[in-house]
Design a protein around this ligand. Structure first.
Ligand SMILES: [Zn+2]
Length: 291
């Protein structure tokens, strides 16, 4: 987690822990879904799936543009980068109403997904997809928002004045945002109900089951090995403990009987019995052949 300039940047795996600590004081019952259109995978200068452009330059660039439009800060509360990393706008924290959909921002949280997901645009990376789904599931859980198309809403389902259309209507919708090919299902309500919404529901179920960070098969194998090691060590320790308080073993009986008047009980450690035998042999003159 890094704070720099006007943003807090984190890995998707850090988001839930961070979110759980946030004190949300305003009523939020809608999660907006946007793509940035620009910046996108091209302006991020993607080479083999890795952006060459500096991440802070990208984030601050958006903020500067929003300020130039006369806005009070970065428009969105949250940005999801092309590699899945999540940026929180420090000048538009979760308790501030966003500038996401003109006329429809009260009670909403604005999430911008970096990329242009219109037909012929960018293909969302797997990492970004996972992060986006995880993020909406975490927010729905934290804010107690139902996972449906009345509460998780695409920008395209509003007119340019912020009136609710309830679906993408060409010519009436203010924008195609989050893209006519968003999640491979497009920007319609039916499209959202086909892929995006069920994916968030599945993710929420996974989170609730406590499987926040599932182990890979390699990690599971390592865990099994570790368990086996711990178990065998526990056995060894138990055996050592047993040795510390053992009854006189057979091979020490003559020594024990010899020293019996001087010993309070017939229990002792392995080392004690061994030493007793040596003392006894010295005392009575028994020499043993070195092995
Ligand atoms: Zn939008």
């Amino acid at each position: 987690m890094i704070t720099k300039g006007n943003f807090l940047l984190m890995e998707p795996s850090e988001f839930k822990v961070w979110l759980d600590k946030q004190n949300i004081t305003r009523k939020i019952d809608k999660l907006q879904v946007h793509h940035t259109a620009s910046p996108n995978y091209s302006t991020r200068q993607m080479v083999n799936g890795i952006a060459k452009q500096d991440v802070w330059k990208c984030l601050e660039g958006m903020r500067s543009y929003h300020l130039s439009q006369g806005w009070s800060g970065t428009g969105q509360n949250i940005t999801v980068l092309e590699d899945g990393r999540i940026a929180i706008s420090l000048d538009r924290d979760l308790n501030k109403t966003p500038a996401g959909i003109k006329g429809a921002n009260t009670g909403a949280l604005c999430i911008e997904i970096i990329g242009n997901f219109d037909q012929g645009g960018d293909t969302m990376s797997t990492a970004q997809k996972h992060s986006v789904i995880h993020l909406y599931a975490c927010l729905a859980l934290k804010l107690n928002i139902p996972i449906d198309t009345s509460h998780i809403v695409y920008h395209a389902w509003y007119t340019s004045s912020g009136a609710w259309l309830g679906d993408y209507e060409r010519g009436e919708s203010s924008k195609t945002c989050p893209g006519t090919n968003f999640f491979g299902d497009g920007n319609t309500r039916a499209g959202a109900e086909r892929g995006f919404i069920p994916a968030i529901k599945t993710e929420l179920k996974r989170i609730k089951e406590g499987d926040v960070d599932p182990m890979t098969s390699e990690e599971k194998k390592q865990m099994e090995e570790l368990k086996a090691t711990v178990e065998s060590q526990a056995k060894w320790i138990a055996a050592q403990k047993a040795k510390e308080n053992m009854k006189c073993p057979k091979w020490a009986v003559p020594a024990y009987e010899f020293y019996n008047p001087y010993i309070a009980d017939n229990k002792g450690s392995y080392d004690f019995w061994r030493q007793l035998v040596i003392n006894y042999r010295k005392e009575v003159g028994i020499k043993v052949q070195p092995q």
